[in-house]
Every structure is written in C-alpha cells, then in structure tokens.
Design a protein around this ligand. Structure first.
Ligand code: COI
Length: 357
C-alpha cells in the first residue's frame, strides 16, 4: 500500500500545549491527517497523509442530511523506552467494517486501516503526551460525500483519521461519576443501529444527557428499547457490576456496542482471580442487589473513558450509593492492570499491543 505524504509547510505546524494536565478530551488536533477517498466504479483511491485542514464540502452531501457515517476510537501510547504502542487496533478495524455494513458503507481494507493509522501516528509521534492518564486518541471516520438529496447509499466517501492528544474523558479524572438510569428516552431497539458506532446513536442521546446533567448526573444508563427494563450501556461506556469477586455485564444483544475495553475487561478479570458473566440484567434486580449490598462496585469501560468508577446509581425516585462513593478495589485493580499493559508498565500477556515503527 502506497501512502502519499503531502509536505507539511513550517507555517502550518501548530504549537503543542505544554501543560499536559490541561489537555482535557478531544480539544486539540495534531498537524496531519490521513485522507482516503472511495468512488463508485473505482474503489479506494488517493491515499494520502496531508496537513490537518477543514474540508470544503457541498451542503447537499448525504452525510449532512441522512447521517450516513461511522467512526471509531482507539489510542496510542508512548512508552518509557520510546516505543509507540497501539492497543488492539485490529478490533477497531473489524468493528469499523461491522458498523459500516449496517450503514451501507464500503468496507475499509484492514491493511489500509491499520497501516494508514500506523504511518500517521509515526509521523505525529511528537504529539503523543506522556503524563499519567494521557494518550493520543485516534479517530477514524467514514462519511458519505455525494451531493444528492435522494435517500440512498452514497457513490463517494471520505475515510479520514485525525489525532488528538488527550487526558481523562471525564473532567473529574479517575473519580466516581453519578449515573441516572434513563426511563423516558431509549437509545436503541432490536434491529436498529445500537450495535454500530455511528454518529446518529450519539446525536439521539444528547437530549437525555442534557436533562440528566440539569439534574446533577454525569451520564445516563440506557435500558433496552422494548421493555425499558434491561441494562444496556452508557453511550460512551459499557457497564460492569461487581458482586464481590464476580463481575457481571450486559450480554451483547444487537443493540449494545461491542466495546474493545469491555472485551479486554472480560479477558483480564479472570487472570486477576475474578469470575465474569455476560447476561441480561434486570434493572429492578440490580437496584435490589445494590440496596442489599450484594453489588459492591460498579464501573464503566470505554476507550475514551478507560475504566470509570460509579459513585451513585439512580433509577426513578431512588438513588443508591456504591462503594461509599469511593473507588472500589476491583475497579482500581482493573484500571491499574489495563493502563499498565497499555503504557508498558506491565507485561502484555494477551498480545494486545501493536507497535508502530
Ligand atoms: C470512545 O470511547 O472512544 C468513544 O468513541 C466514545 C465517545 C463518546 C468518546
């Protein structure tokens, strides 16, 4: 695969933020981006890494009207020995195409996805922050750019990848967040797009998120769209509930995102002596188990959020505190182990890390 490198003029190089504790999430972008086009009758073409710049797009483009688009999120870390590690990027490549299939987007060859990201990250290596809790967030995106108002799959697409040096996803960092179980709005229904990583899922979550924020919660936990009874996910995270040394998460049912961090927790936890279970979780049973003290901890998992402890869970009129509002021992151990593997402080027994040349 031949990637053309468009020169980056010195005047287009940005100043990097010097205080890494001020990075926040997704506010700064590096100097370059990967850009590829797909055209009907031609396929993938014009693979290039070029200076980061705004697009000029026709206002009629399909992505603006009918949201034919998907995206991914993964991270690169700079290890103490100078090597650059990507965490399980093959999983993102696979999920990208599964999402794309649901939205009738052309599959991106895995080699193009992985090699394109590797070369871009390699060129932008000076942008990878190294302070505790920071990383380079990678955002691959595929959008429909044919300018036409008929509802149909596009005949022209942009696949692009941008990079953002980031700190913690939540402003509070690795501290417990408060979650409200959403009982009015739903995120996904069986047969819908819940399992795909597409922008529409996030757009439709905004109203519930804003209303929850007004009431003092950080996030909403979605219930299933049919019965509004079974735990699904938190939009930016999958959810786990800890019963002593037993860890439970909602089984994938077609309307939950199949998280890379979720999968990593399910594989990592048994190696730390915990048992794991994927099953349907009835919100009423869950609240009863928290009330009785059977549930000792809860946490969310996601690429951006990593492992996020939950301090309070509220459903209807009842608010229950978890782990005394503190970070639980199991949550802490999983966070330390996962981030230890990602940053090279712990041995990668699972073969999850892929180095960038
Ligand atoms: C990620 O965790 O990478 C995501 O894509 C979630 C997004 C809402 C930040």
């Amino acid at each position: 695969m031949n990637i053309k490198i468009v020169p980056l003029p010195a005047e287009k190089m940005k100043t990097k933020i010097s205080d890494q504790s001020k990075l926040g999430f997704g506010k700064y972008f590096t100097d370059r981006m990967l850009m590829v086009e797909w055209k009907a009758g031609q396929g993938w073409c014009d693979v290039r890494i070029e200076p980061y710049a705004p697009f000029v797009l026709d206002p009629a483009c399909l992505v603006f009207h009918y949201a034919q688009e998907i995206f991914e999120g993964l991270k690169a870390y700079k290890w103490a020995d100078g090597r650059i590690a990507l965490f399980r990027p093959e999983m993102n490549a696979r999920r990208f195409n599964q999402s794309g299939d649901r939205l009738c987007l052309p599959p991106v060859p895995e080699e193009l996805f992985l090699k394109g990201i590797e070369q871009l990250v390699s060129l932008e290596r000076d942008w990878i922050p190294t302070a505790e809790g920071t990383s380079l967030y990678i955002r691959p995106t595929l959008i429909a750019v044919e300018p036409v108002l008929g509802v149909k799959p596009s005949d022209h697409y942009y696949f692009y990848v941008i990079l953002s040096p980031v700190g913690a996803y939540y402003a509070a960092g690795f501290n417990p967040i408060n979650i409200m179980v959403e009982d009015q709005y739903v995120r996904a229904v069986p047969g819908g797009t819940g399992e795909a990583k597409c922008g529409g899922n996030y757009a439709s979550s905004l109203k519930a998120g804003l209303e929850a924020k007004k009431k003092g919660y950080d996030q909403v936990l979605w219930l299933d769209g049919r019965e509004r009874r079974y735990i699904e996910e938190v939009g930016a995270m999958n959810m786990f509930f800890v019963y002593g040394t037993h860890i439970v998460t909602a089984a994938l049912n077609g309307s939950i995102l199949s998280g890379v961090t979720r999968d990593s927790v399910l594989k990592l936890a048994p190696s730390l002596g915990y048992t794991v279970e994927e099953r349907q979780i009835d919100v009423h049973d869950l609240m009863a188990d928290i009330r009785s003290g059977k549930v000792t901890e809860a946490f969310g998992s996601g690429t951006a959020a990593v492992i996020t402890p939950v301090g309070k869970l509220c459903y209807m009129d009842e608010c229950l505190q978890l782990t005394g509002g503190n970070v639980g021992e199991v949550t802490q151990r999983l966070y330390d182990t996962l981030t230890g593997i990602q940053t090279g402080k712990l041995k990668d027994e699972f073969g999850w890390v892929r180095f960038v040349e």
